[in-house]
Structure formats: structure tokens, C-alpha cells
Design a protein around this ligand. Structure first.
Ligand SMILES: [Zn+2]
Length: 75
């Protein structure tokens, strides 16, 4: 299936984790950053991205723990 570059798709911002449509005409959003984050200085975005990664890692850990708790309760 061939995808065109102009096809609007929902992406998730790398730094703030928000969903956004891309590409949108006249929007500063990029392939990796939403409209608000695309205009931030690169250093600020890098910090946000780092935190977002940590949050995602933590969320994954919580999911695992919840699954483990559920499995224990199910006994
Ligand atoms: Zn963003």
C-alpha cells in the first residue's frame, strides 16, 4: 500500500506525548513534534523528550506491576 506524503495522519509528539494531525497546511508541526513543541528551542525540546521517555518507561512498569497484582489476585 503506497502512502502519500500529503496524507494527514495522527502522530504522537515526541516531547509532550500529545496526539496531533500531520501534515496540516500552515502548521509548524513536524513529523516528530506537535505544533506547540515544534516552535520550542531545540534544547528545551530535548529535555521534554527525555522526561517523556522516562514517563513512558514508568507507565510501562506500572502496567507490568498491575498485571502482576491482577495475576496474584486471580489465584
Ligand atoms: Zn508536543
Amino acid at each position: 500500500m503506497q502512502k502519500q506524503d500529503t496524507e494527514i495522519r495522527t502522530r504522537v509528539c515526541r516531547s509532550c506525548n500529545e496526539s496531533y494531525d500531520y501534515p496540516v497546511p500552515r502548521s509548524p508541526a513536524t513529523r516528530f513534534y506537535c505544533e506547540s513543541c515544534a516552535e520550542l528551542p531545540a534544547e528545551v525540546r530535548a529535555v521534554l523528550e527525555k522526561y517523556n521517555k522516562r514517563l513512558k518507561a514508568l507507565a510501562a512498569q506500572i502496567d507490568k506491576l498491575e498485571q502482576r497484582c491482577r495475576a496474584l489476585e486471580g489465584k
